[in-house]
Ligand binder design. Structure first.
Ligand SMILES: [Zn+2]
Length: 326
């Protein structure tokens, strides 16, 4: 993925913030230690003076002799500091500078190549930007309350909604735990307010925490962005990001205004992600037969053949939550 200036600025600002925290900690250590034993502070000051005295020594009449004598003094000061640290039972590196990234020492590039710390931060900033308009509020599996599902046997299900949803929760949780290695996709089906969005967002949270690039959007909003990109009004590269992100989560399939273009977009996304073995979770209120009526054979055969269907059941939880009943 290529990144815009704003993404770079955001990533670098975050890394700088982390670097500043480390510097503050190191300075605080030095200050605290000097309070206990002022000799530490004196050595620091003397070391600074010898460092800046090196050039002056080289340029002086005595040249190398003066230089060597400053170097000797510097060495002696370091040895003294090391001994003082050992006497205090502290590590020899206790007063060293502290870096947020030990690989690049907060330079963000190593031999001209971008360090993994900057790569990771750029990726995170880019995905935040992609999800900014969806106001992604991540939920967790822990606050998924099975108590809202009835424990009375449902004749058509042959079990209670609670028992079915216990299995659904366990399945989706395992999927999220294994998200870094999963290649398969899920199709969440069932009416409004049965917890599809909650579990999708919980998977998104696990994946984001695992460092994966996640795009979450509703199908109508996604289609609008793709249309905008097609006519040069939106962010370049959005379609590419949707097709290539580590995990794509699409809510509310079937709520979009269906046109030839949206159907093509949908097929392209679904098909390219299956071909690239990238996981996708799609939620829909439509039944399987409604899906087959609404979408082309090509899309329907992908969704029915390549996605694992997860049926959500019960009665509208959002309503129950609002009314405060279980
Ligand atoms: Zn680094």
């Amino acid at each position: 993925m290529s990144y815009g200036r704003d993404v770079y600025d955001k990533a670098l600002a975050r890394l700088k913030e982390r670097h500043d925290v480390c510097t503050m900690k190191a300075n605080e250590r030095r200050r605290a230690l000097s309070e206990v034993n002022p000799r530490f502070g004196e050595i620091e000051a003397e070391l600074r003076a010898t460092s800046s005295g090196l050039f002056a020594a080289l340029l002086s009449d005595k040249g190398m002799d003066a230089f060597n004598s400053v170097m000797e003094k510097n060495k002696a000061l370091r040895a003294e500091r090391e001994k003082l640290l050992a006497d205090a039972g502290l590590d020899a590196h206790f007063l060293d500078d502290v870096y947020a990234c030990s690989e690049c020492r907060d330079e963000y590039y190593i031999d001209g190549k971008m360090c993994s710390c900057l790569k990771k931060e750029l990726r995170a900033a880019a995905y935040e930007k992609l999800n900014a308009s969806t106001r992604l509020k991540l939920t967790s599996f822990d606050d998924f309350d099975l108590g809202y599902y009835s424990d009375e046997i449902d004749e058509t299900l042959g079990e209670s909604p609670r028992s079915r949803m216990t299995d659904v929760l366990a399945f989706v949780k395992r999927y999220a735990d294994e998200i870094k290695t999963r290649r398969d996709s899920l199709l969440f089906t069932g009416g409004t307010g049965l917890g599809k969005t909650h579990l999708s967002l919980a998977v998104a949270k696990e994946a984001t925490d695992a460092g994966l690039g996640v795009i979450y959007d509703s199908v109508p909003s996604l289609m609008m962005k793709l249309e905008n990109e097609r006519f040069g009004r939106g962010d370049d590269g959005f379609c590419e990001a949707v097709c290539s992100c580590d995990l794509l989560i699409l809510d509310d399939l079937g709520a979009e205004h269906s046109t030839a273009a949206t159907r093509t977009f949908l097929y392209t996304i679904v098909n390219s992600r299956i071909m690239s073995e990238l996981p996708t979770i799609i939620s829909t209120n439509l039944s399987v037969s409604e899906l087959s009526e609404r979408y082309s054979d090509a899309v329907y055969s992908r969704l029915s053949g390549d996605y694992t269907p997860i049926w959500f059941c019960g009665s509208d939880i959002r309503l129950k939550k609002k009314l405060g009943i279980k």
